[in-house]
Design a protein around this ligand. Structure first.
Ligand code: ATP
Ligand code: MG
Length: 296
């Protein structure tokens, strides 16, 4: 095989990942890829693009299409909300929860209505863009109701007289409040997930393994800080108790006698408490450094 043919061969079989073209998940999907060393330029006119420094192609699609594009194998991977995967009933592997795009789908009713439980919904008209998830929930709970499918602003349906109540995405809840609605049942918790085709090639599986290894290293470092400090050798035992590290903190002697340098990783939300305790036992010159990756 001559070289140009080899190049073409790789282009044909390169792993494809489907991403949202615009919307809430677009930016964070691209920044997750960038943080694991996969830099993608968004194409101006085409919907397909190739990463600059990794053998992967990106398909930019509406989020609604991503689950089925991955289920069919047009793309081997995708990043999409779990809500879309469930709503489309797509037969894909959920490989990883990605820690962004968090939201829930909830039942909400007019504020003035009395709510004493799920019986409220019997015989009601419920507006939603998620009929499958809603129907599953109603069936499981033995509730008969009419589902009104609306693709636009679901929250205005009760005021517009199209429905009695709604089943819709909630994150802060402020949209509900401004439409005179109140959330009464949290039905489905969602976040962005990495999904995979169940029958991908062995070569794509290998690429997926590499991507997963990098995502894990990245996610593991989030919410953590690297701490360095000088500490009197006499206080070392106490410092180690304050700083349980992955194995144990790194200790290095300093040129000045009776002092050593201590390095460790701490959870960001415990940082200030640890710093207070370490200062109390004589730590000095404490440096706090952002962590980029943790590779175990
Ligand atoms: P597309 O044009 O790609 O179909 P969309 O309008 O359907 O986009 P977005 O509003 O961009 O979708 O939301 C994409 C995903 O972001 C949702 O499916 C959900 O998983 C997640 N999400 C997180 N918070 C919210 C929120 N407050 N409202 C809607 N979606 C949210
Ligand atoms: Mg959509």
């Amino acid at each position: 095989m001559d070289l140009p043919t080899v190049g073409k061969f790789f282009l044909l079989v390169m792993l494809k990942i489907a991403l949202q073209s615009k919307g809430r998940l677009n930016e964070e999907s691209l920044s997750l890829l960038a943080s694991i060393g996969i830099n993608v330029d968004e194409p101006k006119r085409k919907f397909i693009s190739k990463a600059r420094n990794f053998d992967i192609e990106t398909l930019f699609l509406r989020d609604d299409d991503i689950p089925l594009v991955v289920a069919s194998g047009t793309a081997s991977l995708g990043i999409v909300g779990l809500n879309e995967v469930a709503e489309k009933g797509a037969d894909v592997e959920i490989v990883k929860q990605l820690g962004f795009g968090g939201c829930r789908i909830s039942l909400a009713i007019p504020k003035a209505d009395k709510y004493e439980g799920l019986d409220y919904f019997r015989g009601k008209r419920i507006a939603t863009s998620y009929p499958r998830i809603l129907k599953d929930f109603l069936d499981k709970n033995g509730i008969e109701a009419t589902i009104e499918i609306i693709t636009g602003s679901v929250e205005i349906a009760p005021a517009a007289g199209i429905a009695d109540c709604i089943f819709d995405i909630v994150s802060s809840g402020s949209t509900l409040v401004s439409n005179g609605l109140v959330e009464v049942e949290r039905v489905f918790e969602s976040e962005a997930v990495l999904i995979a085709n169940k029958n991908m090639s062995a070569q794509d599986r290998d690429t997926l393994e590499e991507i997963l290894f990098r995502i894990d290293s990245h996610l593991m470092s989030s919410g953590k800080k690297y701490l360095l400090m000088n500490i009197p050798t006499a206080a070392l035992d106490q410092a180690v108790k304050i700083l349980p590290a992955m194995r144990s903190p790194t200790v290095m002697p300093l040129a000045s006698e009776g002092w050593c340098s201590l390095h460790s990783v701490v959870e960001a939300d415990t940082l200030w408490e640890k710093v207070r305790l370490l200062k109390a036992i004589g730590a000095e010159g404490i440096l706090v450094i952002d962590l980029d990756k943790i590779i175990l």
